[in-house]
Design a protein around this ligand. Structure first.
Ligand code: SF4
Length: 174
């Protein structure tokens, strides 16, 4: 019997699934065709699993870049509390146990790991922050290697991430 593959979480749109707000995907060929041969993906789309449709109104981060809110771009509906509550439940699911890392979709107000644009309530850019689900994930699993698709196109960052996910002993959280 072959060795079991390590399990890596991933933003679902990176696998080519049409879950984005505009009905599209963000298939990443390196992830699906190369890294994907060596790992088992655990896909997560926070916005769809939280209950939003495809397509849907796009959202953006608003307010304090250190603690931004997740708000629909035109209608101004604030999904912050709902998304944080959903994330707390999702991160406790048995499927998330034993993950060895997570690859996030860059720039997303839900899934972006770093550098996501944050706007004032009048729509002016005020800084950069983390997507709501990515922030919840990193808080819940502080020791797990995490990266985003953009960073993994950098050979040095990619090598570093791959070494970490394959060398890491399973982490247990008491
Ligand atoms: S970036 Fe995240 S929330 Fe947006 S479609 Fe991809 S997985 Fe879903």
């Amino acid at each position: 019997m072959g060795k079991e593959k390590i399990r890596i979480g991933i933003s679902r749109c990176l696998l080519g699934e049409k879950v984005r707000y505009d009905g599209g995907h963000k298939l990443d060929h390196y992830l699906t065709e190369t890294l994907g041969r060596h790992v088992e993906w655990v896909p997560v789309c926070p916005e769809v699993e939280y209950g939003l449709p495809v397509p849907r109104e796009p959202m953006q981060l608003v307010g304090d870049p250190e603690a931004p809110r997740l708000v629909t771009r035109d209608s101004g509906i604030d999904h912050t509390a709902g998304m944080q509550k959903w994330a707390g439940t999702r991160l406790e699911l048995p499927e998330m146990e034993g993950l060895r890392g997570f690859i996030f979709k860059s720039k997303s107000p839900s899934s972006g790991l770093r550098g996501v644009k944050v706007f004032s309530s009048s729509g002016l850019p005020v800084g950069e922050g983390m997507g709501i689900f990515a922030a919840a994930f990193v808080k819940h699993f502080p020791l797990l290697p995490v990266e985003d698709d953009l960073s993994l196109h950098d050979p040095v960052l990619r090598k570093n991430f791959i070494e970490r996910i394959f060398s890491l002993m399973p982490v247990t959280y008491e």
